[in-house]
Design a protein around this ligand. Sequence first.
Ligand code: MN
Length: 287
Amino acid sequence: MCAPAGDERGTPIGAAAKRPSRRGRGREMASVLTQLVQELGGGRIRVVDLTQPLEPKTPVIGLPPVFAPSPPFSIEVISRYDERGPAWYWNTIHLGEHTGTHFDAPVHWVTGKDLPGNACDTIPAHHFVGPAVVIDVVDEVARNQDFLLMPEHIAAWEGRHGRIPAASWVLLRTGWSRRLDPNEFLNVRQNGPHSPGFHKASSELLARERDILGVGVETVGTDAGQAGTFDPPFPNHTIMHGAGKFGLTSLCNLDQVPATGAVVIAAPLKIVGGSGSPVRVLALVPA
Ligand code: MN
């Protein structure tokens, strides 16, 4: 059963210009969608899959042992064209909400726990489609695994590409998804994990001054590996979710997404009260 969509507004992308009539506007929008289908069919718009495979070896974030851990992904066959089900194949899966390529909802963090529309089932659906910008820091991260994006990096990016639009995903391209070995990906040393992320000043700037949709990263979480030692701990989670913004983690193929101009589709499962969900993240990009 599907609840009526009366509480969901249409996608508020762009201001409504003066139109002769509502019907004319409807026809124009229909032609935009027709054109989109044609461009997809003609290969002039590509669909880039930003999602990592989901399997038992998928890396899961580790926390200090005083905290409850999230289990790894597991999968077991219910039946596979056998005596348990002669004509059909299906599996049971078991996983934490924050496993593999996944979506972080504001309710995931204590700072977002009382916001309206903060869970997987209550976030308005139009937020699951939005423009994306890609900030490339591959070279910086190659020199420093603990690299933090600073406001001056954002300023330099905006100097080249223009202001980051409101309600857009900000995807941080670090090259981290090239680490195919789970140990290299999590990169845990004696003093904890080491991986890049955001300085809190950047999270503040993006959430408050740019009013973005959220941030997406190639690493296991939207905070740097060492962020548990920061003040506040896990500043990106604290700030983004406190501002009602989202997160996407364990992305890949960001090298195939332009700095501006892509549209990202990232819709979490409609888990009632869910704090996050595995997600298939797709980018529509000009070919
Ligand atoms: Mn998460």
